[in-house]
Design a protein around this ligand. Sequence first.
Ligand SMILES: *Cc1c(COP(=O)(O)O)cnc(C)c1O
Length: 401
Amino acid sequence: MSAYDRPAPDAKTLRPRTQLVHGGTARSGFGETSEALFLTQGFVYNSAEQAAARFTGEDAGFQYSRFGNPTVAMFEERMALLEGAEAARATATGMAAVTTALMGQVKAGDHVIASRALFGSCLYVVQELLPRFGVESTLVDGHDLAQWKAALRPNTKTAFLESPTNPSLSVLDIAGIAQILHAGGATLVVDNVFATPMTQKPLELGADCVVYSATKHIDGQGRCLGGVILGSKAFIEEHIQVYLRQTGPSLSPFNAWVLLKSLETLPLRIAQQQESAGRIADFLAGAAKIARVYYPGRADHPQAELARRQMKGGATMVALEVKGGREEAFRFANALEIIKISNNLGDAKSLITHPSTTTHQRMTEEARLAAGITQGMLRLSVGLEDPEDLIDDLKRGLAAV
Ligand SMILES: *Cc1c(COP(=O)(O)O)cnc(C)c1O
């Protein structure tokens, strides 16, 4: 302690954009302006007694970077402030976050419900991995509240959904689903990647846990993989903390530092990308060669009213259906010069993908059609370029169809 030390303001009292610049910052004795990167595996102790006290928890501090690291902790604290969660734990990838959020809650004999429209790897965890360990799972049409209710069993422990869904951008009633699950004694985990933390707050809608692939908008610049799990202090301590510590899908301090610095600009990036996505959705909706546009911010979206209630804007993803099926969709994508063909999303660079031959190629055509994924569908992740250049590029795509 120095005579010049002064306490930092309580970040909880600050507004979101200020929290994203200052929240969670823990300065070292050097007083660095930018958050420090603690690229270290372990920590040293002043005495054997202190080491012992650190392991019993009597002496607060870090022990080993698999359990916790100062840079990772700054990222976790800033994410918790952003989400309005009591606690957050970072993971190496989004899939590590999803797997931990589900596996951490269940044991053999339990039951899990999930919405059928899931990211491919999430579907694997629910449909194939959990059953291997004696946890049964039921997939439902996420829009149909009666199916959620009917799927509930006395041993239903938790449920999982994404909204908006990938790639059809369909919107599920998070509050309605949470209410049904809570009445049956189950928890709800929401994968909020497609909405982004700026546009939708699942915890406020009644979810017990929110997961992100930080690889997407949180990094937002295509550099590193990461994930985060958020919830109440009790939820994280009971289900997540020990599982993560003992199984080890920890976030690298370097990646945590990149993600932490990215949070400073997240509101600006999402606001710009969302505004551009809205303009692009309107442009595509007026194009004769496009059969259908799906954007949660448009009045013609199938769940437009629910999206307005649940989200602050339509977010950054647009799905479009090119007339003429796969052949014309490929022509459209191949004619683009600025928008890149890639299965990733949430990047500063606009990216387009053909889900039925890439991210969703493992599904049967029948299952794809049930999820609204046609051969003519393309999924566009709108980036930070000038929207006029993006519209010019899309015109090139349309001209090739
Ligand atoms: C990308 C993604 C994931 C997986 O994240 P990784 O960081 O790639 O492991 C999970 N859910 C959704 C909705 C995603 O878009």
